[in-house]
Design a protein around this ligand. Structure first.
Ligand code: ZN
Length: 59
């Protein structure tokens, strides 16, 4: 009986499959595909910054 409603696509998500986040002091639920899409957008690629360490002679 415990289901959440995905905040992105409004699909009913079973509790054990829902990904929960706290947004502005409210608990927001996402279905798995929407949550992964959301994380892909929020988390930047970590590889870019490392490039600066490879060229010490440029200093
Ligand atoms: Zn969704």
């Amino acid at each position: 009986m415990n289901t959440y409603t995905c905040a992105t696509c409004a699909t009913a998500v079973p509790r054990h499959e829902a990904a929960l986040r706290s947004v502005a002091f409210r608990q927001v639920a996402y279905c798995r595909p929407c949550f992964e899409e959301l994380m892909a957008v929020v988390v930047p690629s970590p590889r870019v910054a490392a490039d600066d360490l490879i060229h010490p002679e440029a200093v």
